[in-house]
Structure formats: structure tokens, C-alpha cells
Write a new protein. Structure first.
Length: 95
């Protein structure tokens, strides 16, 4: 049986996307971020090799987003928040 793996592909267009601030960084149990005036459609966390680790498709507007990262292994991760107006990216460290 083959496993399906999702990987992050950052193309040229993604290089000009907006970044988000993630707190606390480094994180132990949870991370928080906020994107004003945007409907967040999907939140994804990728490991440093680009493998999808977490995905949440609950939509929200003008709310502080809190994600539980306590089950992630220690290391560096990329958070991608997809909105109606584009994608936002932020790096964080899990300790």
C-alpha cells in the first residue's frame, strides 16, 4: 500500500506573498496569529522538507487564530494561511 503525501511547492508567485507574525516563537504548546480583514479559508503547517503536517479548513474572519502544536516534534515549521485575497506565510520553531 502506498501512502499519499502532500508537499508544499513554493513557486515564483509565492515569493511575493505576505508574511504573518506568529507568537510565541519558539512555541511549546500553541501558536497565535492574526490576519486583519481577511477570511481565512485554510490553515496548513509544513515541516522543513515541505511535507504537510497539519491542515484545518475552518473559516473565520478577524479572529486571533490559535493552533495547538504540542503534538509536533521539535523543529522548524512553515505556517500557510490561505485567504480569499491570497496566501500568508510564517515560520516558527517548536521546542
Amino acid at each position: 500500500m502506498l501512502a499519499k503525501l502532500d508537499y508544499l511547492d513554493l513557486g515564483f508567485d509565492d515569493a511575493i506573498s505576505r508574511s504573518i507574525s506568529i507568537h510565541p516563537n519558539p512555541a511549546l504548546e500553541s501558536i497565535k496569529f492574526f490576519i486583519p480583514d481577511c477570511r481565512i479559508i485554510k490553515k496548513q503547517i509544513f515541516d522543513i522538507s515541505g511535507r504537510l503536517i497539519f491542515e484545518d479548513e475552518n473559516s473565520s474572519v478577524n479572529e486571533i487564530q490559535v493552533l495547538d502544536v504540542s503534538d509536533l516534534p521539535d523543529g522548524m515549521f512553515l505556517l500557510v494561511a490561505k485567504t480569499e485575497s491570497g496566501s500568508f506565510y510564517g515560520k516558527f520553531v517548536k521546542e
